[in-house]
Write a new protein. Structure first.
Length: 158
């Protein structure tokens, strides 16, 4: 049974907190993390297209990152660690990230990049948790449509 811990608020200037969670779940080989930027009080956030907006080219205006650990079976990696991003930019994410503090590292592999279905990258086995955490914060910052704070909410699932 999946267990969700209480949400944790983390400042992007302290990526070590998120990196520690990435390391713990990597070691366990199960669970996942959802990370969302915090929007300041009083900021109007456009409504996210709902399921009826089948032809919309947008995801949520407040982006969501989901990190999953590598799946290992009998000592062999059967699925690499991945990061998925849902965002409301209305365009593929890779070109937007290329011109920001979050370009996709060359050793990462883009699995999909679609404005509505999202952006997913596979990480190499030697991806450092701290660098991964910094990239998640920077990518969410670049893809967030409304103004945001430097803080993020992290939901950990085990």
């Amino acid at each position: 049974m999946t267990q969700r811990n209480e949400p944790i608020e983390i400042d992007e200037s302290v990526p070590g907190e998120l990196a520690q969670m990435i390391g713990e779940l990597s070691e366990a080989g199960s669970g996942w993390l959802n990370v969302l930027p915090i929007i300041p009080d009083g900021v109007d956030v456009p409504a996210t297209p709902n399921a009826l907006a089948v032809f919309s080219k947008r995801g949520p205006f407040v982006p969501l990152a989901t990190w999953t650990p590598a799946r290992v079976r009998r000592g062999a990696v059967v699925e690499p660690s991945q990061i998925g991003l849902q965002h409301g930019q209305g365009a593929p994410a890779a070109p937007l990230l290329a011109d920001s503090r979050a370009p996709v590292p060359p050793e990462w592999r883009v699995l999909t990049d679609h404005p509505r279905r999202g952006f997913v990258v596979a990480l190499p086995a030697n991806a450092e948790p701290e660098a991964t955490a910094r990239w998640i914060f920077a990518a969410l910052g670049r893809l967030c449509v409304p103004p945001r704070t430097p803080r993020f909410i992290v939901h950990r699932y085990r």
